[in-house]
Design a protein around this ligand. Structure first.
Ligand code: ISJ
Length: 442
């Protein structure tokens, strides 16, 4: 079906800061909006701009943010201070030596341009002259915006090529099964000696990209359509790289009504032979592993900040693609509790949770850094849109891959306890890699 965006419509300013781009009479449909997203994505990458595309769990809306600043921004994850945008934090805490305080930093894309596929306009959100650092910055943003739309016009009627994205020059180190086994065996011994209670050991998996058949946005679309209950995202930042995920794990969210949410998600089994969730059986190991994550939220977070009123739902069995997990949800009414900054406070206390790191946190973080022998990068970090009309939602980057020029790197791990079996744990990481592999590469 023909539905090209006429340039005249693209530049038809109807309201301040918004403009229509689809034929008003024909309306908008999802296919069209995906085609349009492809054009916007390509124009952003061609202009060296950071771009993020995501879809919240159980919704249909694709959301896209483009940061026009041409700078890679590292910020503190302070939801009270930051403008609308998209945040992506590594597993490891990253510090800025020039900064006065010692808070960990996240990469941030400001929503200078924001598109939501349920709307027929783009929201333009360039701070006013007095809000930008200086006049020059304001002019640069507007200049880049102009160039971006110029590029978009150019791409308008061009046949779509392969989706481009940013990738690092250096190829990260690959893990081996031997190295993984060694780390798991060492962890099991340490826990038998009662050095700690639980640790998550992970690995990566390289896949050669068949450049003829692989397309990043098509891969994204397949994931998005397959995993409706997941948070599905594709983020590309200059000098940082490109990451895609379909994760089942919410880290923190706070909606427009001030309802805060987090979850304890842990314990894994294959969901292939379990038709009804209520029939799922769990072993002591998984029950304890998940309870540990729940207890951390209550004892080390809620109690620490003297928060007494919260709702706890679960643990329940949930399906995440080919897998089942145990999940307990926690809800807090931040308005009633007069605690508007709860999400920011919890983010600092939670990350990295024992679902991706371990218990106790400090010693297991150290164990991971010393024994995994590879860089997790953004795997097991967190990411998501913040300060939108509906609030902020940050997820744990799991069931994910990083895109390089000619390869993809999948990442997966699992909770190890004193009762773990090394081979079973390896198989669990294979199953977790399948979430993306089975949809994108088979
Ligand atoms: C660490 C991962 O997943 C986490 C670990 C789980 C487990 O140990 O059972 C389950 C869900 C996630 O919280 C991963 O997907 O790589």
């Amino acid at each position: 079906m023909k539905n090209h965006l006429a340039i005249s419509e693209l530049l038809d300013f109807t309201k301040k800061n918004t403009f229509t781009f689809f034929d008003k009479n024909k309306g908008i449909n999802k296919l069209n909006s995906f085609q349009f997203i492809k054009k916007m994505w390509s124009a952003a990458i061609a202009q060296n701009l950071g771009v993020s595309l995501w879809r919240e769990p159980n919704t249909d809306n694709l959301q896209l943010v483009i940061d026009l600043s041409q700078k890679t921004k590292l910020v503190e994850s302070d939801l009270e201070e930051l403008p609308t945008g998209f945040l992506m934090h590594k597993f490891e805490k990253e510090f800025d030596i020039d900064s006065k305080n010692n808070n960990s930093k996240a990469y941030f894309l400001e929503a200078h341009l924001y598109f939501d596929s349920s709307n027929d306009f783009i929201v333009e959100n360039i701070p006013s002259k007095d809000k930008t650092q200086n006049k020059q910055e304001f002019e640069e943003l507007n200049q880049t915006k102009k160039q971006f739309f110029q590029k978009l016009k150019e791409l308008q009627n061009k046949k779509e090529g392969k989706t481009s994205y940013f990738y690092p020059k250096n190829i990260p180190t690959a893990t081996t099964k031997e190295a993984y086994n060694k780390a798991v065996d060492k962890a099991i011994k340490a826990m038998q000696n009662e050095e700690f209670l639980k640790v998550v050991i992970s690995r990566n998996k390289f896949i050669d990209l068949d450049k003829k058949s692989f397309d990043a946005l098509e891969a994204y679309q397949k994931l998005e359509q397959t995993y409706k209950t997941a948070f599905v995202s594709l983020v590309s930042i200059p000098l940082v790289g490109t990451w895609m995920c379909a994760t089942p794990e919410l880290l923190v969210s706070q909606d427009k009504n001030g309802i805060f949410r987090t979850m304890a998600l842990a314990g894994t089994q294959s969901g292939k032979d379990v038709k009804e969730l209520k029939n799922a059986l769990w072993r002591q190991k998984e029950i304890e592993e998940q309870a540990l994550v729940s207890r951390y939220i209550i004892n080390n977070c809620f109690k620490k900040i003297r928060l007494r009123e919260y709702e706890e739902i679960g643990p329940k069995t949930v399906r995440a693609g080919n897998l089942l997990h145990l999940r307990t949800e926690f809800l807090v009414d931040t308005k009633q509790e007069r605690f508007p900054q709860l999400a920011t406070v919890m983010l600092e206390l939670l990350h990295p949770t024992s679902a991706v790191c371990g218990m106790p946190k400090e010693i297991t973080t150290q164990f991971i850094l010393e024994n995994e022998n590879y860089d997790r990068g953004f795997y097991a970090g967190y990411l998501g849109g913040i300060n939108f009309k509906n609030g902020s939602s940050l997820y744990v980057q799991l069931r994910c891959m990083q895109l390089l020029e000619n390869q993809a790197i999948l990442y997966a791990g699992g909770g190890i306890t004193a009762d773990s079996d090394t081979e079973t744990e390896w198989k669990e990481t294979e199953m977790k890699c399948q979430t993306i592999e089975s949809v994108v590469f088979e």
